[in-house]
Each structure stands twice: as C-alpha cells, then as structure tokens.
Write a protein that binds this ligand. Structure first.
Ligand code: ADP
Ligand code: MG
Length: 268
C-alpha cells in the first residue's frame, strides 16, 4: 500500500512546497515510485517540478470535481523523475464548487484510488489554510508531515493544526497519524530557534524528525530553474538534508532494513 503523506501547515512560507518537491526527488533518487500532488492553487509545486502551470488544460481541479479521472490529469515523468498531479489558480474555485457536492471531504481520496497501487509514496502539497482542499488532503492521506520554522508563533499555530487532525481522525479518517514534524529553514546560531526546537522535542518526542533542513540558498533558487535542488546542486547542504530526510523516512517505513544502510541518514 502506498504511503500517502499530506504535507501541511496552515501557515504560508514554512517550506511545505520546498519539502514536497525535494522530498519527492529524494525518494525518487532512492528508487522509490513517487507521485507528487499539487493541492495549492498557487501551483508552486507544479512550477518547481518544471511544469508551466499557465499552459495546463487539465489539473487536479477537474479530478476533484469529477469531470476528468486522475489518470487524465496526471503528468507522467519522461526523464525518470517523479510523476505529478498539477494545479493552477483554477483550483481556487474548487473550494466553493465542492461545498455542495456529495462526499466533499473525500473527493481526492476517491479520485486517487485508481492509481494508488502504482506508487510507494504519494506526497500531497497542501495550501496554507485549514480549508476544504486541505481537508481533502488529510482525508486522502494515511499520515501527515508538518514542516515548520522554529520561531515564536510556530507552536501556537501547531495546536490548531493538531486539533484539526484530531477532528479529521474522529470523523473522517480514523487511521490518520502524524508522521512527523520537520524543522525547516533552521539556523542553529539563532537562540530562539534552538529554544523552540527543544520545546518541540519535549512535546512531540520521536515525532520530530532527526533530520533538520537548514536555511540554504540553493533550495530557494532551484524553483526558478523549474527543478528540485537535487538536479541543481547535488552537494548543497539543502539537497543533502532532503536526501537525509528521505533516508530517515525509509528507515521508518522499512524497519527490517538495518539503520545505516541508507546512504543519506544523518543524525542531529
Ligand atoms: P510554503 O509552501 O509553506 O508556503 P515554500 O516551500 O514555498 O513554503 O517556502 C517559502 C519560501 O522560502 C520560498 O521562497 C522558498 O524558496 C524558501 N525556502 C523554503 N525552504 C528554504 C530553505 N530551507 N532555505 C532557504 N529558503 C527556503
Ligand atoms: Mg506552498
């Protein structure tokens, strides 16, 4: 069964899209079959994967509304990279249009069923809001990854998100779990960041990934080339951190493999 991860945080600019695109590329580099779903009308994950969002006739929007199948809107990789379900601004309309449709929270889940078995990992890049699109992401997923910046207000937003996840679990998706919290854009010289990071670990323990994503200019500039940082500068600290995150995840999901067999595992 595919591991379906909703990459979510209702705050914008915390690294959701950067994580979605670079984790997809890193899992692909580890020879896993990966599908990336862009669920944000901003279409940043689509652009960051090298697909021009403005020229698209069919996107996840049609799949959610039921006028196209998921296979019809999917962009299959031609160069051995991950496959993509793209999005563009049209998706903003789905918020309103889905309200009156039956099973409005589980439309992504239903649409995804036809291709779930083709992949080992399906990553869903959620929009920066706890809205109906994000709810669809949470209902389609079996786990949630929460990227976050270690700053003062981060913890406040986190309790809202955790409460939403609890409600989804109680009402819509009983097996949904928090896979992990990912510290992004981390600057170890920043004392506040260290303090927030400590608090996170006290609260969430093992749920905090050991891998930390540093602030790294290569991660920020890769989208302007329409490629994951892995294809832009493989040796950069940012690229290496996402490869390490993929290694950490694979060790979690395939525990029969001895730790250390994944090249990129790193410890804090
Ligand atoms: P979100 O999807 O949560 O809104 P993004 O992934 O788009 O966040 O990141 C917000 C901005 O920060 C983008 O300009 C992105 O390039 C930049 N960014 C994300 N992660 C890093 C990082 N680790 N180092 C430097 N810049 C980053
Ligand atoms: Mg984003």
């Amino acid at each position: 069964m595919a591991k379906i991860l909703a990459i979510t945080n209702q705050k914008g600019g915390v690294g959701k899209t950067t994580t979605s695109v670079n984790l997809a590329a890193s899992l692909e580099a580890a020879k896993r079959r990966v599908l990336l779903i862009d669920l944000d009308p901003q279409g940043n994950a689509t652009m960051g994967s090298g697909v021009d969002k403005s020229g698209l006739q069919h996107t996840v929007y049609q799949a959610l509304l039921g006028s196209r199948s998921m296979a019809e809107v999917r962009i299959l990789s031609t160069s051995g990279k991950f496959d993509l379900i793209p999005a563009n601004r049209e998706l903003a309309g789905a918020e309103i249009e889905m309200v009156d449709l039956p099973q409005r929270e589980t439309r992504l889940k239903a649409a995804l069923q036809e291709m779930e078995s083709e992949y080992e990992f399906i990553l869903i890049d959620c929009p920066p809001a706890l809205n109906l699109l994000t709810l669809n992401g949470l209902c389609a997923a079996n786990a949630v990854m929460i990227p976050m910046q270690c700053e003062y207000y981060a913890l406040e937003g986190l309790s809202d998100l955790v409460n939403t996840i609890k409600k989804v679990r109680a009402n819509l998706n009983p097996t949904l779990e928090i896979e992990g919290l990912l510290r992004t854009m981390f600057d170890p010289r920043n004392i506040l960041a260290q303090q927030v990071s400590d608090q996170l670990q006290q609260h969430f323990g093992e749920k905090v990934y050991r891998t930390v994503i540093p602030r790294n200019v290569r991660l920020a500039e890769a989208p302007s080339f329409g490629i994951p940082a892995l294809y832009h500068d493989k040796l950069s600290k940012g690229t290496q951190a996402y490869l390490a995150l993929a290694g950490e995840m694979l060790n979690r999901h395939y525990p029969s493999i001895e730790p250390g067999q994944h090249d990129h595992e790193q410890k804090l």
